[in-house]
Ligand binder design. Structure first.
Ligand code: KG4
Ligand code: ZN
Length: 352
């Protein structure tokens, strides 16, 4: 079964064709990230306008690369939440229109849940993808860490899962982005912090780890503030000094130490909770997903400290893409009815 996936929840306009939930025939991603760089974060109006401009060519390219015509496509899948309202509207309107015009069943997909399914893609003829050889065994534990989400999910069976941990405040990717801003490093913050941290000492600055009531829950807002205070301290300024002027006063060595100390503390919190959950749930496999799962230091820590078999997907499938949307839709259609394209609405605050 070949499913065309469409994803537009943030700043990536993506379309992909995936067969039987694991064979990736195409994966096209156009990002408006460069347009947002000047503002230090995603500007929703710019993202929506950019989706509108490129969605049709992106879908056409995904079909072309896959070698499929409309007659070969069995269903369409689209992200309907969570995400930016204007961005979600472009993807869902396009998918609804195509489903009606081409007479295809439509599946509405939860973006966060789909990040888990990026790890089920294990076959492709496309170049430059490093995929796992097998699908992860169930039950599995998933650590989904992105700019909008930090979730620990226990997936017993397809469509039977429990969110066992979540963030109380900032998502971990959001904390990377905000700390990068304090240090004057370019957006998106995750890759910039990872790069800066390579020249720093992760034990140079002692930063706090949040203690949460929920055994598997996260909090990153206090850590972000602690980095701000440490940066002020290093720059010889107090809290009244404008944070956006701090970076100019810091040396590269100070920035590297702050980046390395922040990264180590944030990732240790993730690993601590993941280890606790593995001890309690004894899953058969572990997957990591979401943009922060692209972080090489996180991958190294997982490899060294996690005893369970871990499926790592290619970094290009950790960040937002439509292959994961099409992969999840394959498992969804096995035990649920398609969505009515005339009534489907976006849900920007959709929870798991
Ligand atoms: O999954 P994603 O592409 O979009 C959301 O659903 O949010 O994740 C984007 C987030 C951003 O916060 C970005 O800074 C972070 O993932 N990110 C990273 C890395 N690459 C992207 N964080 C840490 N290390 C990285 N290498
Ligand atoms: Zn995402």
């Amino acid at each position: 079964m070949k499913i065309l996936g469409i994803e537009t929840s943030c700043d990536e306009t993506a379309a992909a064709v995936v067969e039987d939930g694991h064979r990736m025939l195409s994966n096209v991603v156009a990002t408006s990230m460069d347009l947002h760089k000047a503002y230090g974060g995603v500007v929703p109006e710019i993202a929506a306008r950019s989706h509108l401009e490129v969605i049709t060519p992106v879908i056409e390219e995904a079909l072309k690369v896959s070698g499929c015509g409309w007659g070969d496509i069995d269903a369409i899948a689209v992200t309907y939440g969570p995400g930016l309202g204007g961005s979600l509207l472009i993807g869902t309107m396009t998918a609804k229109t195509l489903a009606i015009a081409k007479k295809k069943p439509l599946y509405a997909i939860n973006h966060v849940e789909a990040h888990i399914y990026a790890n089920f893609i294990n076959e492709t003829k496309l170049h430059n993808y490093k995929l796992p050889q097998t699908s992860p065994a169930l039950p599995l534990l998933a650590l989904i860490v992105s700019g909008g989400h930090s979730h620990l999910i226990y997936l017993k069976n397809h469509s039977d899962y429990e969110v066992i941990g979540r963030t109380y405040d900032d998502a971990v990717g959001e904390a990377f982005d905000k700390v990068a801003k304090i240090l004057g490093l370019p957006y998106p913050g995750g890759p910039s912090i990872q790069e800066a941290a390579k020249d720093g000492n992760s034990r140079a600055i002692k930063l706090p780890k949040a203690k949460m009531a929920g055994k598997y829950d996260f909090s990153f807002s206090g850590l972000k503030t602690a980095v701000l205070r440490a940066a002020q301290d290093q720059a010889g300024k107090d809290f009244t000094f404008p944070s956006y002027e701090l970076a100019e006063l810091l040396t590269n060595a100070q920035k590297a130490n702050l980046a390395a100390s922040f990264q180590a503390t944030a990732l240790e919190s993730l690993i601590d909770k993941l280890k606790t959950a593995i001890d309690d749930y004894s899953p058969l496999s572990v997957v990591i997903g979401g943009g922060v799962a692209a972080n090489s230091a996180l991958r190294q820590m997982v490899e060294e400290q996690i005893p369970t078999e871990v499926n790592y997907t290619d970094i290009k499938l950790c960040t937002d893409n439509a292959a994961m949307i099409a992969a999840l839709a394959y498992f969804k259609q096995q035990n649920s009815e398609p969505t009515d394209p005339y009534t489907l609405e976006i849900d920007p605050n959709l929870s798991m």
